[in-house]
Design a protein around this ligand. Sequence first.
Ligand SMILES: [Zn+2]
Length: 363
Amino acid sequence: MIQRIYQIKRALPELFELEKLIDTGHQHLRVSVAADISFDDAQLPASLTLPFYVLETGSDAPLAPTLVLIGGVHGIERIGTQVILSFLRTLLRRLEWDPAIHEQLAQVRLVMIPLVNPGGMWRNTRANPNGVDLMRNAPVEAQHNTLLVGGQRLSKHLPWYRGKKGAPMETENQALTETMRRVLTQQKHCISLDCHSGFGSKDRIWFPYAKSLDPWPSIAEAYALTQLFEHTYPSHDVYLFEPQAHAYTTHGDIWDYLYDDYCARQPDGLYLPLTLEMGSWLWLRKNPRHLLRYHSFFNPMLPHRHQRILRRHLTLFDFLLSAVRSMPGWAPDNTHSKTLLHRRAIERWYPATLNSSPGNSQT
Ligand SMILES: [Zn+2]
C-alpha cells in the first residue's frame, strides 16, 4: 500500500492529488470507479491497476441540467487533468464558505472525470497502455479523407492508432460511454467539456463533428453558446470557437459517437459536447527550451505559466456551469429562432457554402 502511494506520487501526481481531493471533499462528492485499468510496465515487478474515477456533485435529481468535465484522455496532455483538478480544488474550498455555490449546485449536476487514461499518463504517452489513441477508437468512420492524424490501423507503434477493426472499444472508452449514458439519461440539457492540449497557438473550443466537414445538427445551439460567452466576457477573448473539422477530420472520435448516441436515445434533448484544445504552441514559442522535451510540447514548463493556465480556464468552467443551468433561456426554442441562429452560424463558420448554394449561383 505504502509502495503504491509512493509510486503514484512519483509517476502520477495527478492521481495522487485527485485522491487527496476526494478524501478532503468526500462530504460533497459522490465518487465511483467506473473501471479498473490494468497494465504492465517494464519498471514494475507486477501489473498495475489504476482507477477510472467519476466524481459527481450538486443536484442528483434525474432531470437536473448536467455539466461533465473530462480530462486526461491523452496521457501526455497532463495539463487537461490539472486544470480540472484546479477547478475542483477551488470548488471544494468555496463550498466551505460560499452559500452561492451551494445554491447553484442545488440546481445543476456537475460530473468530473479528470483522468480517463491513467495508464497512458503513468507512461507519459498519448495512447493508452495498449497503444490505442482513445480519440480515434470509437466506431465512427470519417466521411472525408483523413491524413494519418485522422486515425490509422497500420500499427500500434505509430501515433493515432485506432485499434483492431471490429474490436470492442478500449476499456477506458467503454467506461466513458457507460458513464455518459448513465449521467445523461433523461437529461434534456447537457454540456460536456473534454480538456486537451497540443494543437495551435490559440486556445480553441471545438464542437463536433470531427468526422465531417459539414455543419453538425446542433450548430445553431453552438452559435448561441458562443455568442453568450463572447457577449458576457468581451475581455476574456482567449478562445477561438470553431468546428473541430476546421482543424482536421478524424475517424473514431468519441464525442461524435456519444453525441449521435445521445440524439438517438433522446431526440428532444440538447447535448453540446465541447473540447477545450489548449494552444501549447504558444508556450513553445515563448520558451524554446520546450523543444528539447517531448512532454513539454503538451504542457507548460515554467511555474508562472503553469499557474496562469490553471487559473485561465476557471472562468470558462464557471460560465459553463451557469450556461447549462440556463440553457432553456438562451438555446433556440422554436423553429424560427433555430433557423435564424443556424443561418448566422453558417455565415460565421461556413461562409463558402453560402456562396456555392444554388440560390447564389451566377450560372
Ligand atoms: Zn489530446
